[in-house]
Design a protein around this ligand. Structure first.
Ligand SMILES: Cc1cc2nc3c(=O)[nH]c(=O)nc-3n(C[C@H](O)[C@H](O)[C@H](O)COP(=O)(O)OP(=O)(O)OC[C@H]3O[C@@H](n4cnc5c(N)ncnc54)[C@H](O)[C@@H]3O)c2cc1C
Length: 229
């Protein structure tokens, strides 16, 4: 009992501290609506993010690892997380699925797509317009946060006509990260590869930088030889 009272007092104190922080920041930087956006994007901190998503509802779209992991993560801050998926089963790995299914804060909305995100008069998200892909029935879902994880498109369109790539637009490279165009190197997520992680991107970039330097040096040496002949 004593512990419980202590916890309640501590929580109240934390709330007061957070409200004070928010109020201070509102005075300094503008209105609360702006504060919310700033908090979401400049990493004001988990405490503030938690305060904004506290007692509100967010939605995650997708059914793969990223979507399911994110939904689980967001339950730290949100009271309720809807996971909206266009199929009736997830693609995510089994362990992530099990964790998500066991999480009481996550509710799955199957066979459904988000057709529109509607905002309030402050420009903040208010609700989503959903469509059941089987019945075509539409309905609104109240949510104040939307997190979309439905796959990636590499931004390679500008060179797609000139550089060898796969059907999705990911660039093919050799072991030195050189593309089909001599002297053009690619590194990281934009490449055809099985893993797209920070570590692989950094490794690729290291290889590409060293290979590019060797490429330039070889060209300079060749030009010197031609000049000397
Ligand atoms: C939600 C999410 C969670 C992730 N979590 C993890 C994790 O926990 N651990 C992990 O290792 N990896 C994680 N990743 C993957 C990791 O972020 C990427 O693998 C890594 O950032 C790839 O680095 P990159 O430099 O290839 O691409 P990016 O980091 O995407 O950088 C590409 C840069 O190029 C810029 N750009 C794009 N087009 C143009 C253009 N035409 N002109 C100029 N600039 C352009 C972009 O703005 C961007 O700054 C996560 C990714 C996502 C989306």
């Amino acid at each position: 009992m004593h512990d419980r009272r202590h916890q309640v007092r501590r929580r109240r104190r934390q709330h007061v501290d957070l409200d004070q922080q928010i109020s201070n920041q509102r005075d300094q930087k503008g209105d609360l609506a702006r504060q919310r956006r700033v908090a979401a994007f400049d990493g004001v901190g988990e405490a503030l993010l938690g305060r904004f998503f506290c007692l509100v509802v967010v939605a995650v779209v997708g059914g793969g690892d990223a979507a399911v992991e994110e939904a689980d993560y967001l339950t730290r801050y949100a009271d309720k997380v809807y996971l909206v998926h266009r199929r009736e089963e997830l693609r995510a790995s089994k362990i992530l699925q099990e964790r998500a299914f066991a999480n009481p804060k996550i509710e799955f909305i199957w066979n459904t797509v988000v057709e529109r995100a509607a905002g309030d008069d402050q420009g903040l998200l208010h609700h989503l317009e959903l469509r059941d892909v089987n019945t075509q029935v539409r309905r609104d879902l109240h949510a104040t946060g939307l997190f979309i994880f439905v796959g990636f498109n590499p931004n390679t369109g500008v060179i797609a006509d000139h550089v060898d790539h796969d059907e999705f637009g990911y660039l093919r490279t050799d072991w030195s990260m050189q593309t089909s165009v001599p002297g053009l190197f690619a590194a990281g997520d934009v490449r055809v590869q099985i893993t797209r992680q920070v570590t692989t991107a950094v490794g690729d970039a290291t290889t590409a930088a060293i290979a590019a330097e060797k490429f330039l040096k070889a060209r300079a040496d060749a030009a010197k030889e031609v000049g000397a002949a």
